[in-house]
Design a protein around this ligand. Structure first.
Ligand SMILES: Cc1cc2nc3c(=O)[nH]c(=O)nc-3n(C[C@H](O)[C@H](O)[C@H](O)COP(=O)(O)OP(=O)(O)OC[C@H]3O[C@@H](n4cnc5c(N)ncnc54)[C@H](O)[C@@H]3O)c2cc1C
Length: 394
């Protein structure tokens, strides 16, 4: 049996970021870390099936974990991408209200801009209020009566991001065990015994970063905490008509009413020049159901033609979908990220409901986990200390 200090379940962006952080924190006396992953590589599911947006956090409740970690994590990710040469599109985000919405009397959308502005003010995030002509100067085809622009928002190549985090972790000594699905976890003499469908690992600390399956992994590990993750699919179409591939250059989001659970179907440009529209929200039964009953392209055109009337159904080609690991709270509201220390000694940490903006938050989430008192206590003997900010910031 292989013995480690830390076992991380899941090699998505979060598991890889935590492995990198933990492996880099004690370079003179490195921790033995293993990341156990059921797929054949890192970032094969949700972490590559998203919009790649490094969010500012203004859509989230100020100072919630989602807001704080997205704000901090996005800044870290931008520095990291520049340092590592990861493709990055520094587009800024436009959140707009269409003339059509105002004509239809959708004043709640207008109050949304006010709320986002207030969130930005509270968290000291730079935003600009835009008039129709200001918006047209940015995006000539955009028809909107007003909007906010958040200049700091960028789009990263999520696959390259995950691969770079994995490579950093490996070069600091972490092991990756792919094609290993965790099927059992027991406690054994102040450590966890992690059984996969192929082998066993023993580790003094267990971190559950299993994304969509984090509820199932949490149920395996003592004290068997119960969470329920509801899979919520988000679908994307690509702009395929050659002269419309650059219909817009920036991220263009709608201002949704306050009760909306997502951020809305948006124009989603990527660092490689592709332009997508999406994602919507479709409840699915199966956590791997990416393609059954695809939503027709007309739904996406309907959502975005009010901003760009040239958009037509025939311009769109099915692209891909991703599945959000949504945890609903008892009152039916969207949950904050859950980072739960289920046991202090030996440490067991469950990360549950890491939906959007989890990609943005990954590097800050990793710091947050590394700074947890139970982790610091457990690894004090190995010279445990945070990575110096110089490793991250420009
Ligand atoms: C449609 C969509 C759009 C999004 N857009 C954005 C965005 O623009 N910006 C943003 O910040 N975030 C976005 N997100 C959210 C972001 O993608 C996620 O928050 C992030 O990828 C979560 O990473 P993760 O590592 O927690 O999970 P995952 O990527 O799901 O990784 C978990 C890993 O655990 C593995 N695993 C599960 N069970 C087991 C087991 N029993 N044994 C071994 N391995 C196991 C899985 O195979 C998987 O590789 C979006 C998500 C979706 C679905």
């Amino acid at each position: 049996m292989n013995t480690y200090d830390v076992c991380i379940v899941g090699a998505g962006v979060v598991g890889c970021a935590i492995a990198r952080e933990m492996a880099g924190r004690s370079p003179e006396d490195p921790l033995r870390i293993v990341v156990v992953e059921q797929q054949e590589g890192a970032g094969e599911v949700t972490s590559r099936r998203n919009s790649g947006v490094l969010h500012s956090g203004v859509h989230e409740r100020p100072f919630s974990l989602k807001e704080r970690l997205a704000r901090e994590g996005s800044a870290l990710a931008v520095s990291y991408a520049i340092e590592k040469g990861i493709p990055l599109l520094r587009t800024g985000m436009v959140i707009a209200i269409a003339w059509e919405d105002i004509r239809r009397g959708l004043w709640r959308e207008a109050s949304t801009l006010q709320r986002l502005w207030f969130n930005a003010w509270r968290t000291k995030t730079r935003v600009k209020f835009m008039t129709p002509s200001g918006l047209r100067a940015l995006e000539p085809r955009l028809q909107a009566c007003c909007g906010l622009v958040i200049p700091s928002v960028s789009v990263i190549d999520p696959r390259a991001f995950v691969q770079s985090l994995k490579a950093d972790s490996e070069s600091s000594g972490a092991d990756f065990a792919f094609n290993n699905r965790v099927i059992g976890i027991t406690e054994d003499d102040a450590a966890y015994l992690v059984t996969t469908d192929r082998q066993k690992f023993r580790a003094a600390c267990l971190i559950n970063a299993a994304g969509l399956h984090a509820d199932e992994v949490a149920a395996l590990a003592p004290p068997h905490r119960k969470y329920t993750i509801r899979p919520l699919r988000g679908e994307y179409y690509e702009l395929a008509t050659p002269d419309k591939k650059r219909l817009v250059e920036r991220l263009v989001y709608p201002a949704l009413p306050p009760h909306a659970t997502g951020k809305g179907i948006h124009f989603s440009p990527r660092p490689n020049g592709q332009l997508f529209v999406g994602p919507n929200e479709v409840a699915v039964e199966d956590k791997t159901d990416y393609t059954s009953r695809k939503t027709p392209p007309g739904v996406f055109v309907e959502a975005l033609r009010k901003f760009v009337p040239e958009l037509e159904e025939r311009d769109l080609r099915w692209a891909y979908s991703g599945i959000r690991p949504r945890v609903m709270t008892g009152d039916g509201c969207k949950s904050d990220f859950i980072v739960s220390v289920e046991r202090e000694d030996p440490p067991l940490i469950n990360l549950v409901g890491i939906e959007s903006p989890g990609l943005s938050a990954a590097l800050a989430l990793a710091r947050h986990v590394g700074d947890l008192p139970c982790i610091r206590r457990r690894f004090r003997r190995t010279g445990w200390r945070p990575l110096s900010p110089g490793r991250y910031e420009r």
